[in-house]
Design a protein around this ligand. Sequence first.
Ligand code: SF4
Length: 713
Amino acid sequence: RIGSQVVDRQVDSVCPFCGVGCLLTYNVKDERIVSVDGRDGPANHGRLCVKGRFGFDYAHHPQRLTKPLIRRPGVPKDPGAAPRPGDWGAVFREASWDEALALASGELARLRDTHGKKALAGFGSAKGSNEEAYLFQKLVRTGFGSNNVDHCTRLCHASSVAALLEGVGSGAVSNQVNDVAHSDLIFVIGSNPTANHPVAATWMKNAAQRGAKIVLADPRVTDIGRHAWRTLQFKADTDVAMLNALIHAIIEEGLADEAFLRERASNYEALRENVRGYSPEAMAPICGIAAETLREVARAYATAQGAMILWGMGVSQHVHGTDNARCLIALATVAGQIGKPGSGLHPLRGQNNVQGASDAGLIPMMFPNYQRVDDAGAHQWFEQFWGMPLDRAPGYTVVEIMHKALAPDSDPHKVRGMYIMGENPAMSDPDLNHARHALASLEHLVVQDIFMTETAWLADVVLPATAWPEKTGTVSNTDRMVQLGRRAVAPPGEAKPDLWIIQQLAQRMGLRWNYEGEESGVASVYEEMRQAMHAAISGITWERLQRESSVTYPCLDADDPGQPTVFIDRFATADGRVKLVPADIIPAAERPDTDYPFVLITGRQLEHWHTGSMTRRASVLDAIEPMATASMNQQDLDTLGLEAGDVITVRSRRGEVAIHVRRDDGTPCGAVFIPFAYYEAAANLMTNPVLDPFGKIPEFKYCAVSVQRGGVP
Ligand code: SF4
């Protein structure tokens, strides 16, 4: 009995939404989840947000895919059409698993054998388990034959990871979120934690209650601003100017931690020389923050006993995303605010397993545990470990793969076939008209998912997979905690576990895989991944996870409790020192002009998650936020003669949407904020596919648009 409710069983698992990784319990009655409770996990201590607590009934939605589907002969792939929920009979026919798997694997193998290994690519998922991510990248590398494998980490923190690997030698966080309990100052930049990492935000608010100073730096003033000591509403796209001004002030005012810099950093001279021209006084008109405020924040940050920097995609999703993160690393290092409890760097990971999927090698330039595919030693090790010859060239990234799908026939690297598991690039990629045409142009597209997503709509074969509560597996949260989710309910109809589907395709493409054990051999796959990741998780066995549910890495042996704070003695770079990399101002690729005078900022909102395929089918969440809205400042509404609730058409050089407008004075004048979860007003129709050169991340946070009254939403 749970309160007034009688249930059949309770199953411990992990929330399937954001990277905070709250542990929860599914309450199951008559093979359906009827409610969810928070567990005392290390990241949440019983707390859940609205998504974790109420966003569970998507798993039982009548639109779940329950049988394999094959596109009917002669039905064209229309990139402009939206999928008809629950009514796809005119486009697809049902098939047996044998027929669907034979067609999917046969066509992928034919394209590989006819056009070469570069003809295929795969997108895995940050919503799947570590084991699924590991097997997926292994299938692409050993079965497809190239490193053309990526996932949505490319769209969220790829630039942060590029800067972190370069600077501190590890792409993961240095300190866990609830370490803010030991901070005097919490610097939140480019992040809306109350919407996107809500339970993490509660730790920040608790810290503020006991006297810690929150500094919110963001062009959009979001809810966490209500708890902030100072709010730096800097002009969009001026991150480097503002951050270099803070570093300048710390050095100029004699607040730099010279001993730390001497003993633990390299390239400080170059950094100091570079920021010489970035005084707060010079940068104030550029970034829109008063020089004295910049100096005040710089002093508070440098003199705090402990200071954490937490950032989101407002930092990373720019053509200068890597430079933004380089500046954050430099800021922490110059002030000596890293390598101790309460002081460090924390890129808040978006999806529930974006950290783990990246760790497991679901990225085109790295084997598991960030071992470069073009490193001779790593290459040789994995060839022996997997018993297969491997490609040495890094593969293409998400957006590059879309370009390669539209390459001319003469291009030897033209991508002709894809396998997409649990991702929805027809909604999440920039410049959707281009991305949807690319997907539609593929000779063969296999999509594995739980719903008929916008991407599945363009597939040749659709394979019905399992939702998170229907399988057992591990995920790794933003805090480097490996956490075990357990199967709570059976999948509907003939839907199959993702691990089973990957293995079936692999075997039919000639790979001799044999993972034995319950639930498609998930424990054996985990054990192989543990070996592939070397020391990082060597102390985290499957048995230990079953016992403890959550273990932090690095974890070197069975007695190691895990290391919540890293870089205490040395950084993970070759010489053990943090490498400081100076950065200069690079403007956004597309600035407002007379034709397109507004800036479009895209992002998420509290109730809906990413492309909305799950949360828009969760009844409570959908009831709270049932339709797309664009947020604008009252001043802009007045100028345009608009009122909240009016319909506007937002248009960029690439696409347009008609959408209702909502008043939000946290959105800066001259900008429009649109969440990207709504297929009927897909924000990414308008976004710019230009990439950061290091992380290859698109500039989702800045492009030029026009706003006009009217349109049909
Ligand atoms: Fe789930 Fe994130 Fe909410 Fe926790 S904070 S309940 S992990 S969505």
